[in-house]
Structure formats: structure tokens, C-alpha cells
Write a protein that binds this ligand. Structure first.
Ligand code: COA
Length: 383
């Protein structure tokens, strides 16, 4: 059928990928892409990454202010009380195929948490903050458990004396992390905690906007995060570095890839037009962790890539670029890079979901219709 004659010409005025469209009001975080500034609830990311802890940032994202000592102690206590997974959840995870994608395991397990929370469907602020705490506390345990099971190892029980960052590394490896590694990981969690209306956070808000429960909204957000154009990029950055193999091959590799019109993972951003402020810290972490481990090859290769991309394309690295070599040198398997993003971003997702519930309006935009109109149904045998 020639559709052309029937199509009502519609100028494609809708912004592709909703770029630049303001789709919500929020006090949680703001990205100033022109100036490379990121704030959470009014605080500059540089200040938070240098001085705060992930737990303080969680409180900040949920409550709009930094916690006092007793409030922080309460939050620690609540989170630590929820670190451990219910036996049914562990049994469920044991039943998954060992070769399943970690993000798929995370998504399915988070969805199932709902069955074991009697108040799951209560979207009141009071209950939702408790649900958020369960999710923030349990996602790290799910991620380390899925990794241990994938490797044929027994999961390591959480250590309720540790904060989220140290406990994650402890459960992953079964040994206490060094204070330096635990602090770098804590800072990585702070840096990834929120980023305004990125794809997964927007997804979470759309689902929460229907007044579906928080587990459902977070499950959908995890699916959105899993894509290679979003959270999946950090794993692909490390795959690129490993494929390059040697520092002196970096330039040729990038030039060839660009000549073939391939995207280089870890570069470019939908909002930033200058350095992503998170990359500033992650670049330093990549160097420090490499130096501590006695291997700065991946850091140096990343620096070379950065120079070539700036020269060839005028492009800056994004949050995923230096987080790849940082995690790799901390001994974290590639397959966990994207799930780790969720370990952090759950704080922002839940902050946005709380905000959405509190002042809810169903999110229901319109589409610019560019299809045919006025067609008459043709019986099957006549087509
Ligand atoms: N490597 C090489 N070229 C890139 C690029 C990259 N990483 N990112 C964008 N470009 C180029 C595109 O090819 C396009 O070129 P063209 O105009 O000649 O076709 C131009 O820059 C615009 O790209 P586009 O994808 O439309 O920009 P965007 O603002 O929609 O995309 C991203 C933002 C993040 C999706 C994009 O930069 C990307 O895919 N980056 C790699 C994946 C990544 O690191 N994601 C993590 C984001 S935090």
C-alpha cells in the first residue's frame, strides 16, 4: 500500500528524545549542563563527594536537608536492619539460571521483594519512606548475592556494623575492604545517586505517577537503567579498554572507530556541554585506586582516550568513563558495573518517587501523530 498519499504531513516538531523538555518540577537535583554543575537539594556535588557519606546523601534526597546526628544514626539503624534478604528471596535467586544477565536478575528479584512487604501498596509518605529504606538496604545484598551465586559461591551474609559501601565490598569478596577502597566506593555511590530526570528516574516517576507501588516503579527504573545508552555504558567502557589492550594502540583504535561512525562508550552526554562534574572525581579515583593496586595502565589508557576524543570530537568523558577503570582496579567484575549504578541510584529513584507520590499527577503526555488517517478497513482476503 502506498501510505504516502494518506499521510497528513506533520512537521516533526516534537523534540527527539524529549531533549530540553521540562517534564516535572523537582527539588531533588539539578543539572546545569552548560556550566557542568550538579546539585542535590541545593548542595554542590563537589562538596558532597568530598565531605559527606552516602547515607547522609540518602537522607538529603528523601528529606530535602542534611540529617542531624541522631537522624543519621536512626537511618543507619533502619538500613542495617534490612540488609539481609528474606530466605524466600534467596531461594528464588538460587533458582535463576547461572548465566542470567545480572541486571535481569536484579530486576526480577526487586520485583519479588514486593511479595514479602505487607505494606508494599501503601503509597503514603510515612510508609513509602520505610519502603525506600528496604530497597536501598536490600539492593546491595541482591547484587552481591547474584554475583556469588553466578560464581558458584555461597552468598556472604551482610555485616550490620558496616555502612552500605563497606558492606557491599565485604559481601562481594567475603573479606573486609581497606578503609581507602571503602571510602572511594562510598564517594562513587554519592556521585551516582541522582541526576535529575535521566531515563531511569523519569521511568520511575511515570510508574509512580499511576500510583503503582514503589517496588514496581523501581523495577521499571532498573529495566531502563540496563540499556547500553544509560547505565550499561560503564561495562562497555571497560570492554573497550580491554579490547584496546595496550596504551599505544588507543589512538588508532579510537580513530578507526570514529571513522566507522561508532560511538565511544563513556563520552558525550544528553545535557552536559562541558566536563561532567562527576567525571572530575572519578578521574582522580581511577588514578588513586590504580596507584594503590600498583597498576595505572587503565587510568593512563583512559587519559589517552580522553585526549584523542577531545582533539577529534571535542567530546568530554561522562560519569561512566572513569568509573569503569576505578571499579575494575577495585577488583569488581565488569558484569556488576551497571548493577552498582543501581546500588547508588536507588537513592535518587526513591527520592523522586516520594516526591511524585506527595504531589501526584498522572504523567500522560501526547504524541505528535505522523501516521495515516481516514483509512477504511480492508477484509483479510482482499489485502
Ligand atoms: N562517541 C562518538 N560520537 C558520539 C558519541 C560518542 N560517545 N556520543 C555522541 N556522538 C555523536 C553522535 O554520533 C552524533 O553525531 P552526528 O551528529 O554526526 O550524527 C552526535 O554526537 C550527537 O549524538 P547523539 O547520540 O544524538 O547525542 P545525544 O545527546 O542524544 O546522546 C548519549 C547522548 C549519552 C546517548 C551519547 O553521547 C552516547 O550514546 N554516548 C555513549 C554512551 C554513553 O556513554 N552513555 C552514558 C551516558 S551518561
Amino acid at each position: 500500500m502506498d501510505k504516502g498519499k494518506d499521510v497528513v504531513a506533520a512537521g516533526a516538531s516534537a523534540a527527539a528524545g524529549l531533549r530540553g523538555v521540562v517534564a516535572a518540577t523537582s527539588s531533588i537535583g539539578d543539572v546545569d549542563g552548560a556550566n557542568g554543575i550538579l546539585i542535590y537539594q541545593g548542595y554542590d556535588i563537589h562538596d558532597l563527594a568530598t565531605h559527606s557519606t552516602f547515607e547522609e546523601v540518602i537522607f538529603l534526597l528523601w528529606h530535602g536537608r542534611l540529617p542531624k546526628q541522631d537522624e543519621l544514626d536512626d537511618l543507619h539503624e533502619t538500613l542495617r536492619a534490612h540488609y539481609e534478604l528474606q530466605p524466600e528471596i534467596l531461594d528464588l535467586m538460587r533458582s535463576f539460571p547461572r548465566e542470567a544477565e545480572p541486571m535481569d536478575v536484579l530486576r526480577t528479584t526487586v520485583s519479588a521483594l514486593d511479595f514479602f512487604d505487607q505494606q508494599a501498596h501503601d503509597t503514603s509518605r510515612e510508609v513509602s519512606v520505610k519502603t525506600a529504606a528496604r530497597l536501598v538496604a536490600q539492593i546491595p545484598t541482591i547484587v552481591t548475592t547474584l554475583e556469588r551465586l553466578r560464581k558458584g559461591l555461597e552468598p556472604v551474609k551482610p555485616n550490620s556494623k558496616l555502612n552500605i559501601a563497606a558492606n557491599f565490598l565485604y559481601m562481594l569478596k567475603g573479606e573486609m575492604p581497606s578503609p581507602a577502597d571503602a571510602r572511594v566506593f562510598d564517594q562513587c555511590l554519592i556521585l551516582h545517586a541522582d541526576h535529575e530526570l535521566n531515563a531511569s528516574t523519569f521511568t520511575a516517576r511515570v510508574v509512580a505517577g499511576t500510583l503503582a507501588d514503589m517496588y514496581g516503579a523501581v523495577t521499571a527504573a532498573i529495566a531502563a537503567l540496563s540499556g547500553p545508552l544509560h547505565g550499561g555504558a560503564n561495562t562497555n567502557v571497560m570492554k573497550t579498554l580491554l579490547a584496546i589492550g595496550e596504551i599505544d594502540r588507543a589512538e588508532t583504535y579510537i580513530k578507526n572507530a570514529l571513522a566507522e561512525k561508532r560511538k565511544i562508550m563513556g563520552f558525550g552526554h544528553a545535557v552536559y556541554r562541558t566536563e561532567d562534574p562527576r567525571a572530575t572525581h572519578l578521574r582522580q579515583f581511577s588514578k588513586e585506586v590504580g596507584e594503590r593496586a600498583g597498576n595505572t595502565k587503565w587510568y593512563e589508557m583512559s587519559r589517552r582516550l580522553e585526549e584523542v576524543m577531545m582533539r577529534e570530537k571535542g567530546m568530554f568523558p561522562n560519569v561512566d568513563f572513569f568509573s569503569a577503570s576505578t571499579y575494575y582496579m577495585m577488583g569488581i567484575p565488569l558484569e556488576l558495573f551497571t548493577p552498582i549504578f543501581a546500588v547508588s541510584r536507588i537513592s535518587g529513584w526513591t527520592g523522586h518517587i516520594l516526591e511524585q507520590y506527595e504531589n501526584n499527577k498522572l504523567i500522560r503526555p501526547r504524541a505528535e501523530y505522523v501516521g495515516a488517517r481516514g483509512l477504511k478497513y480492508i477484509p483479510l482476503e482482499a489485502r
